[in-house]
Design a protein around this ligand. Structure first.
Ligand SMILES: [Zn+2]
Length: 417
């Protein structure tokens, strides 16, 4: 196939930076000319569009959250005046809010990078079990599957029974949808008397829109022989990142600029620190600069063994509101869950207090086995904690088994401001 997906990335490392900078300069210039909203935003911030010369310069512009976008669109229906009026819009999608999204183009490569990385191609018959009704998911995933040459079964939101029927009759090899729906389909197939792994040919699954929990992933892979991949994006900005076969972080699509910022200030955090994922999709139709996803993640800047040189997102650590900032760094409940998983589901709780001008982080831990609390155990625990949460622990406090109630929060912020 003669398209950009006959190789892993179409731009090399240096070229990526220069192409992104160039595309951003063009987007800002065009946005300023075509959109009164963009012009006002830059004028209000006292910025001449010519001052935006590279991705780093984006930081001086405000972040637009989904809530803000909804508000802006309601003031100026349907796209808040962020669109290019000279270019006809192919399709209009909507998502809860309501927020209206002009689909950039039917000829784009949305999600195709993700499917290519998952090894989906011409030999595949893919079930696209995302809704095609109003929302962007069904049609855009469908398009991406077509771009890598797969045959698509647009099963959408059909019942799990119909999905099982299609998987069986059409010899489906790949599933695209949410993890929970695949689980429901597998359960339904059992009910219908099938043995999913033996009777069907589904060997790959690409998931989005929902977290893929480690237990469920293990079950798909080990119990059902399905190789699983995660994809990440938002309807406002399209595809953002995807997993490769290494499954160690999600490669960022080169058509998007991803910043990891402190949600309070909109400024970029240091490399490797947790912050809000802010996305600018480089395009000439919809000038949504710095869309704040509300998701927390951190950047992995090392090259991946798969050969791709793009930066990666280290999964999604939760939503901005769930995280607590300790000594300037965010700690999210999902990070603590990850930590628990590494220590046999150790019951624990993080408590943040303030002593003088310092944040003090205490980890309360249930001593449910004898080795917990030994010097070597503590050393290892603190090391792993720092690897996962970036920040260090000040105190460890040991409790009896059962003292932390299941309904209690994983992170408790006891600071008074
Ligand atoms: Zn990779």
């Amino acid at each position: 196939m003669n398209n950009i997906f006959d190789k892993k990335e179409s731009w090399g490392k240096r070229k990526r930076k220069s192409q992104q900078d160039k595309a951003l300069v063009e987007m800002v210039k065009l946005g300023y000319e075509k959109s009164a909203r963009v012009k006002k935003m830059l004028d209000d911030a006292g910025i001449n569009p010519a001052e935006i010369k590279s991705c780093e310069d984006l930081e001086c512009l405000p972040v637009t959250s989904r809530e803000k976008l909804v508000e802006m669109e309601q003031q100026e229906l349907p796209y808040a005046g962020l669109e290019n009026p000279d270019i006809p819009i192919d399709r209009i999608f909507t998502s809860p809010g309501p927020v209206y999204e002009p689909h950039l183009s039917e000829t784009d490569y949305l999600w195709a990078r993700a499917f290519f990385a998952a090894g989906i191609g011409q030999k595949d018959i893919a079930l696209c079990a995302f809704s095609y009704h109003l929302v962007a998911a069904g049609l855009t995933f469908h398009n991406g599957l077509r771009k890598v040459g797969a045959t698509v079964v647009p099963s959408g939101a059909s019942s799990s029974q119909i999905q099982v029927q299609l998987i069986k009759d059409l010899k489906v090899t790949a599933y695209v949808g949410t993890p929970s729906f695949l689980k429901a389909i597998i359960d339904k197939s059992k009910e219908m008397g099938f043995e999913f792994k033996k009777d069907f040919l589904v060997k790959k699954a690409c998931f989005a829109a929902e977290p893929l929990l480690p237990d469920l992933r293990r079950s798909f892979e080990n119990d059902y022989g399905i190789d699983t991949y995660q994809m990440y994006g938002a309807t406002e900005v399209g595809d953002v990142a995807y997993e490769c076969s290494e499954k160690k972080g999600w490669h960022i699509c080169e058509e998007t600029i991803v910043e990891i910022v402190d949600p309070a200030t909109g400024k970029n955090v240091h490399n490797g620190e947790l912050g809000e994922v802010v996305v600018t999709r480089l395009n000439n139709i919809f000038f949504l600069l710095r869309f704040g996803t509300g998701d927390l993640s951190r950047l992995i800047t090392e090259d991946c063994p798969c050969g791709r040189t793009s930066y990666r997102l280290a999964g999604i650590a939760g939503r901005v509101g769930d995280a607590v900032k300790v000594r300037g760094l965010f700690v999210a409940p999902s990070q603590l869950k990850m930590l628990q998983a590494k220590f046999n589901n150790l019951p624990l709780q993080a408590v943040v207090r303030r002593t003088g001008h310092e944040d003090v982080l205490t980890l309360r831990i249930e001593k449910f086995s004898p080795e917990i609390g030994s010097t070597s155990w503590e050393e290892n625990f603190k090391k792993v904690f720092r690897e996962i949460c970036t920040v260090g622990i000040n105190n460890l406090e040991y409790l009896r088994a059962g003292e932390i109630k299941p309904e209690e929060k994983l992170i408790v912020d006891q600071r008074k401001w």
